[in-house]
Design a protein around this ligand. Structure first.
Ligand code: HEC
Ligand code: HEC
Length: 302
């Protein structure tokens, strides 16, 4: 209820709840002792439905009436004890958020010494520890798998974290910086500047860099375009630049795909890709464990 900015809705909910309860009570009270008297023969009601359907004026069964009373009384007791009646908190002081926080605090108390222990260790040492690895994997499955996949191999636009190819760098400390601060990869759109033909030329050149089938005349022209427009970020040798997350275009690893169509789509429209920052959400200690885990998986111990 605290989510409502004005008190109007609290009042609205209170009135609705009070009216519903009053209505139930009214029905109960007015129906007590209605219907045929004990011992008397039940009589037919006057009305008929569906041509032949009629009804006796038998009283409602006692057990049903009691059950109805019990539910009404239960709901009143519930609303006194627990939150539910508008913004009234209830005498027990219980709230779902409070319960969640209490459980989290308990879990933190239990686990934070373990996280602290690893946070004090070098990332390389943590990466080699089997218990830390198991914890890191659980954290990864909870917080990272939805984007990078349970097997860490990523998907289109989401980098594979198990290989040795890195947008931002695969050193343990760099991986930690990526997770703590997040990253934003921005490839500008070149469609307007290069035109359809220009884009196709440079796409052919990009494909030639990793030995994929290409039109050599177009690639020749594309090489010039590349030198004028792309080397600032992807480097003179097209092997990328980790400072801004510009991918290596000479290896066989693709963030978006190697088909000519996909490469043209990237150059034409640009890309804007975001790895969220986890510093505020998970805190340094958990990120430390995660970074060690990712580092350990991608860089097997020598
Ligand atoms: C909402 C989706 C999303 C989630 C959740 C997510 N990531 Fe990412 N991550 C990305 C994207 C997208 C990129 C690539 C950013 C770019 O292209 O610049 C990325 C990049 C990275 C990189 C850099 C890879 C490289 O090649 O340099 C690392 C490391 C990483 N993520 C680890 C993690 C970890 C660990 C978690 C869990 C705490 C996580 N990510 C959660 C989307 C996500
Ligand atoms: C301002 C820096 C910058 C410039 C200039 C730039 N790029 Fe990029 N490029 C990037 C970044 C950063 C990414 C990664 C985008 C992401 O993380 O989603 C990228 C991604 C790509 C990809 C996708 C690679 C893959 O693995 O799927 C291709 C292809 C590409 N660029 C080609 C080019 C070409 C061709 C040019 C010149 C016409 C160019 N880029 C100019 C920064 C740049």
């Amino acid at each position: 209820m605290a989510d409502f900015v004005s008190s109007f809705w609290n009042g609205y909910v209170m009135v609705l709840v009070a009216l519903s309860l009053a209505f139930c009570l009214l029905i109960l009270v007015t129906n007590m002792g209605k219907g045929a008297k004990k011992g008397a023969k039940p009589e037919l009601h006057g009305h008929v439905w569906d041509e032949t359907l009629t009804e006796y004026n038998n009283p409602l069964p006692q057990w049903w009436m009691y059950l109805f009373w019990i539910t009404v009384i239960f709901s009143i007791v519930y609303l006194v004890v627990y939150p539910g009646f508008g913004n009234v908190k209830g005498v027990s002081g219980w709230s779902s958020a409070g319960q969640y926080e209490a459980e989290m605090a308990k879990a933190d108390e239990k686990y934070s010494p373990i996280f602290k222990k690893y946070a004090a260790m070098e990332l390389n040492a943590v990466a080699a520890d089997p218990e830390a690895k198991a914890m890191g994997q659980r954290l990864f499955l909870t917080y990272c798998a939805q984007c990078h996949g349970a097997d860490m191999r990523g998907a289109k636009g989401f980098p594979n974290l198990t290989d040795s190819d890195w947008l931002y760098g695969g050193e343990a400390e760099t991986i930690k910086a990526t997770i703590l601060g997040g990253r934003q990869g921005v490839m500008p759109s070149f469609g307007p500047a290069l035109g359809g033909d220009g884009v196709e030329d440079v796409a052919n050149y990009v494909r030639s860099l990793s030995g994929l089938a290409h039109d050599s005349l177009r690639a020749q022209r594309g090489k010039e375009t590349f030198e004028q427009n792309c080397v600032a970020c992807h480097g003179a040798d097209a092997t990328g630049m980790t400072a801004i997350g510009a991918p290596n275009l000479t290896d066989k690893v693709w963030l978006y795909g190697s088909s000519k169509e996909t490469i043209m789509e990237t150059i034409n429209g640009g890309r804007n890709n975001k790895m969220p920052s986890f510093e505020a959400f998970l805190g340094n200690d958990k990120v430390h464990l995660l970074a060690a885990y990712v580092y350990g998986v991608s860089t097997p111990a020598k």
